[in-house]
Ligand binder design. Sequence first.
Ligand code: S3P
Length: 440
Amino acid sequence: MTVTVHPAAALAGTPALPADKSVSHRAALFAALADGESEIVGFSDAADPHSTLACLRGLGVEIEEREDVLGPDGVPSLFVQGRGLDGLRAPASALDCGNSGTTMRLLAGLLAGRPFESTLVGDASLTPRPMGRIARPLGQMGARIDMTDGHAPLVVRGGSLSGITYRLPVASAQVKSAVLLAGLSASGTTTVVEPVATRDHTERMLELDVMEVGGERHVSVPGGHAVRARQWVVPRDVSAAAFFLVAGSIAEMATIQLNGVGLNPTRSGVLDVLRAMGADIRISNERDRGGEPLGDLRVEAPGGLVGVEIGGAIVPNLIDEIPVLAVAAACAEGRTVIRDAEELRVKETDRIEATADVLRAMGADVEERPDGLVIEGGRPLKGAEVDARHDHRIAMAAAVAALVADGPTTIHGAEAAAISFPAFWDALGSVAAGSVEEPA
Ligand code: S3P
């Protein structure tokens, strides 16, 4: 799908945001492992969490969307009949994880301790992504995972596992979560040591023990740890909100309201960076839902941003937001340096290269580094023709940049937005009237 985005001087409105993708995946997986029925309020309608549901159904888990039970956002609740760890059954065919790295990595952890063989496959973007990072620790625990050159398809031959202590060599919440999920069926205790903190939804949602030892986080799960059947409430996705936070911060005039946004500190680095750049973002109505903090955000046009340095421990807290933060940087006065973000090279596409390509096509001054980008901000952006490379966040970041370009921008592969934000083009059109031209 090709979408054309026209520039818009004034943005206003309250766009509907999708449910948090990371929390949706986990709520579905944990509900499947619980004994009994769980309700998930506000589950994501995006493609990736639905890949997780399809895989769970392939493992014999019954999941029903109830149109008659609506959450506060009007989203039907999902009811999951948990079978307990021992109730999962061998899949009759390969489990298709689609585009979703979270599905593949967390599921591999969960299946590592099951007494059957499963094959996990993915699409053309997921297949080349690195899976050795989960196969190594799961192998140390006693599972056998066969890969093709370190990639999917994965054949997981589950077995009896022993708890390990594993220090994460890459800052990855997916690797952490895979090891912890395997730890549920291991003998003894499994501990993941994080030199740099990553998103902590798994430990919050499973109520695991977390200790700080010498500046590192130790997250532990005892084998046999019971997962409770319960109600989960999914916040709106801060990673989706980020597109509107940047759009409002680079526009000439803007007032955008974003309600019910997850504000977990391990995810909200984008707020800190945008504020350091001079953005005008206010948070109100802060509350807690099922262990996850959330709040309502209001962004107004600040009348100019300044460049910043982004690196170190904050990077995992905003890793998915870097493409759109790069758009903010291109519109800011002065230089922005993004470093320590080499993980972006192994996302849905190489996001360092893809972001640089889009911004350069639009006239920005961008230098690619192995672990990030250097952006000399302030050059006016021009309308261009760009390719989203089948990557949802590249498609949406390009659309945000297009709002401040001097003419229309054509975005090829715009359908990728549905991976995390199916209603993105409508939501963008709702704050920038007449700007979004979708195919009839
Ligand atoms: C995620 C973790 C991050 C993030 C991804 C979702 C998760 O990936 O980029 O979008 O839900 O655990 P890594 O674990 O590869 O850093």
